[in-house]
Ligand binder design. Structure first.
Ligand SMILES: Nc1ncnc2c1ncn2[C@@H]1O[C@H](COP(=O)(O)OP(=O)(O)O)[C@@H](O)[C@H]1O
Ligand SMILES: [Mg+2]
Length: 330
């Protein structure tokens, strides 16, 4: 029997008054896959995840979750757990009491549950299990929210910006939990406004930009979408490197990322094949290469190219900074 996809969405549209938050979104999340949803603030990530959690219904389009069509009344679909906009917790209860309360509700609903202590252990909150949630940091609340979602052994876990507020140790716990869940066949769909948060964790990503899915597919394919990149070279002879780069077909010498041209380094722009040619020429001319790498990592470059179309054109800068201002205030 074929395993149904965890999520199958076609033409999902959602408006809030005048705002078109989701604009014809198509999406497939396979079972047992960690799928990332990335986009700038206001792109529609929380809105989309909210639909999957049954917090709202789409205006139009079709949505199937774990093989079942989603109805017209908001309800949490079977087998799904997660949260948007931070988990709902009782501040005056301890971490353990919060989970115990949820577990007893679910036992009442006859769902199979994971042991509370085990869930706390998995997210690394054992040491603070008996502290009141009131004093928890954002990162600790996020991890407790994840523990709460684990209680039901979900087949689809939906997490909205789970990396927010996490310190490196917290991030490691969350990564470990997500990877282990996926290995057991749970699909995880998680959002972030930062590409680098997702790159390490996800096999597939969907990029949202103002309500539209501008890319969906394997992370490896996304890296190729960014087109030509800027590369930074540190050599034993920057003057010669600059000259050789200028002579290499397909390559251009560009100012560094901050517009300043650091003395020891050269920044070039072009396809990878032209860069290969430059390296061969450098070595041939007796110039040694000490460092070479993209100025912006390929995934980040692809994300920026897909979500900030026209950002490099000076005419659009005023519109862009206006938009950035609006996003700040959200
Ligand atoms: N409940 C709501 N009422 C009105 N507008 C909303 C509501 N929720 C979201 N929006 C708007 O929909 C758009 C998408 O928001 P959201 O899904 O929260 O984006 P993201 O999570 O990617 O930052 C934004 O323009 C936001 O202001
Ligand atoms: Mg959001």
């Amino acid at each position: 029997m074929e395993i149904p996809p965890a999520v199958r969405a076609r033409g999902i549209t959602k408006t809030f008054g005048e705002v078109l938050a989701l604009d014809g979104v198509d999406l497939d999340v396979a079972g047992g896959q960690v799928h990332g949803l990335v986009g700038p603030n206001g792109a529609g990530k929380t809105t989309l995840l909210g639909l999957l959690l049954g917090l709202a219904v789409a205006d139009s389009g079709t949505l199937e979750i774990l093989g079942s069509p989603v109805g017209r009344t908001p309800a949490v679909p079977d087998g799904v757990a997660g949260f948007v906009d931070g988990p709902g917790l009782y501040p005056s209860l301890t971490a353990r009491q919060n989970l115990a309360a949820l577990a007893s509700l679910r036992r009442h609903a006859a769902e199979s549950t994971v042991d509370v202590g085990e869930a706390l252990e998995q997210v690394g909150l054992t040491d603070v299990a008996d502290d009141r949630v009131r004093g928890f940091s954002l990162g600790m609340r996020q991890r407790l929210g994840l523990a709460a979602a684990l209680l039901t052994r979900p087949r689809l876990l939906v997490l909205d910006e789970p990396a927010n507020g996490l310190d490196p140790a917290g991030k490691r716990h969350v990564h470990r939990v997500i990877t282990a869940l996926a290995a057991q066949g749970t699909a995880v769909f998680l959002s972030s406004h930062r590409m680098d948060d997702l790159a390490a964790l996800c096999s597939e990503v969907t990029i949202l930009a103002t309500g539209r899915a501008v890319f969906t597919g394997p992370v490896s394919k996304l890296a190729a979408e960014g087109g030509d990149l800027d590369y930074r070279l540190v050599t034993t002879d920057p003057e010669a490197a600059r000259r050789l780069a200028g002579e290499t077909p397909g390559l251009g010498v560009v100012p560094g990322p901050d517009g300043r041209r650091a003395e020891a380094e050269v920044v070039v722009h072009g396809p990878a094949a032209a860069l290969d040619e430059l390296v061969v020429r450098l070595v041939g001319a007796g110039v040694a290469l000490r460092e070479l790498g993209p100025v912006v990592p390929p995934l980040e470059a692809a994300f920026l190219a897909l979500t900030e179309t026209g950002a490099k054109q000076p005419a659009d800068l005023s519109a862009l900074s206006e938009k950035a201002g609006q996003e700040e205030s959200r």
